[in-house]
Design a protein around this ligand. Structure first.
Ligand SMILES: C[S@@+](CC[C@H](N)C(=O)[O-])C[C@H]1O[C@@H](n2cnc3c(N)ncnc32)[C@H](O)[C@@H]1O
Length: 316
């Protein structure tokens, strides 16, 4: 069955900017770039949780390697540039280690300035038994200097109350909002995968939903797009040092930016290149940026108490 969700049609094919995937170890590949080449580095590094692409080690060893990578990344970031570091938690025997707290200290020690700690909130995921279920990860946005690119107007979202006016003071009666919309704030509601919203509409949803690939830890293209639009200008260069299946490259190309991705797994590089080809040929299905998240109506079957539970409710 086809999804009812609207899908970007990409009528302007053949995105002309460059998108290059390098197969190899990021620390080695990074040494090949000139200082200050990139205006934005955006990535989701491995979390050291034992996914198929990583060998779990102690948190100390994991962070030692990452610190070496971060030093190289800072070298290749331009003075106007930003680094966006998207992470969740490392978990050891049920104890949670919030990775952004560890990473913040590394970036701060190396002289970067935090501009936002963005909460990426998603409504679905595994249900925990011995703690509250995790429903957010974070993006640490750092800049190298105080003079950095920030195009707020390019990422404004529709205002909830566009007709609101100042009710006192010199501007009393004047419209208080911005016709281009409001600042999207530091809490972002972006679904992990398109099928999570489609699930409510399509009872027998297929596993081959629009963005999902073979990668077990993809981030949504939409998440990257907001950073790309706000933190870079047209034709700038972006880098993803842990590129996976190329979500950053897709977001960059779609918004007329050049990009390089580094990834050590051959199969992910292959998939990334296929996705880029599909985008250029107009065949890549993506969730449109800023599309509202689907809310089930009270009349939808999934939003109602199942008949098997009704007797429990009556007894209470
Ligand atoms: C969290 S995933 C990134 C997924 C990516 N954001 C996407 O949407 O596809 C981290 C990726 O880093 C890669 N990786 C881990 N260590 C690496 C290294 N030393 N050099 C290059 N790639 C590495 C893994 O293979 C994995 O694909």
């Amino acid at each position: 069955m086809e999804t009812k969700e609207p899908i970007d049609q990409f009528l302007e094919y053949n995105y002309p900017n460059k998108a290059e995937l390098l197969l190899g170890d990021t620390l080695e590949e990074l040494k090949k770039f000139d200082d200050e080449k990139f205006n934005l580095i955006i990535t989701s590094p491995p979390y050291n949780v034992g996914k198929e692409y990583e060998t779990k080690t102690s948190i100390e060893k994991y962070l030692q390697f990452q610190e070496k990578v971060i030093k190289e990344l800072i070298r290749v970031t331009s003075n106007l540039g930003s680094i966006c570091w998207q992470v969740g938690n490392y978990v050891e025997k049920g104890e949670v280690f919030p990775l952004d707290i560890y990473y913040y200290q590394i970036f701060k020690k190396l002289g970067l300035k935090l501009r936002n700690r963005i909460i990426w909130h998603f409504g679905h995921g595994l249900h925990a038994r011995n703690r509250f279920s995790g429903r957010y990860e974070t993006i640490l946005w750092f800049t190298k200097s105080d003079n950095y690119i920030f195009n707020l107007d390019d990422v404004r979202v529709p205002s909830k109350y566009p007709g609101k006016r100042y009710f006192k003071g010199k501007k009393k009666g004047q419209i208080s909002g911005n016709p281009k919309g409001k600042n999207p704030s530091d809490i972002w509601e972006i679904v992990v995968n398109d099928w999570e919203t489609g699930l409510w509409d399509i009872p027998n949803v297929k596993s081959n939903h629009p963005e999902k690939t073979l990668h077990p830890a993809q981030f949504p293209v939409e998440l990257v797009e907001r950073c790309v639009l706000a933190l870079t200008n047209k034709d700038d260069w972006l880098l993803d040092p842990f590129a996976g299946v190329g979500s950053t490259m897709i977001a960059a190309l779609k918004n007329n930016r050049n990009s390089i991705g580094i990834e050590k797994e051959h199969d992910y590089v292959k998939t990334a290149n296929e996705r880029i080809k599909n985008l250029r040929e107009g065949n890549l299905k993506l969730r449109p940026i800023n599309k509202p998240i689907h809310q089930p109506k009270p009349t939808d079957k999934v939003a109602q108490v199942p008949k098997e539970w009704l007797s429990l409710f009556e007894k209470a």
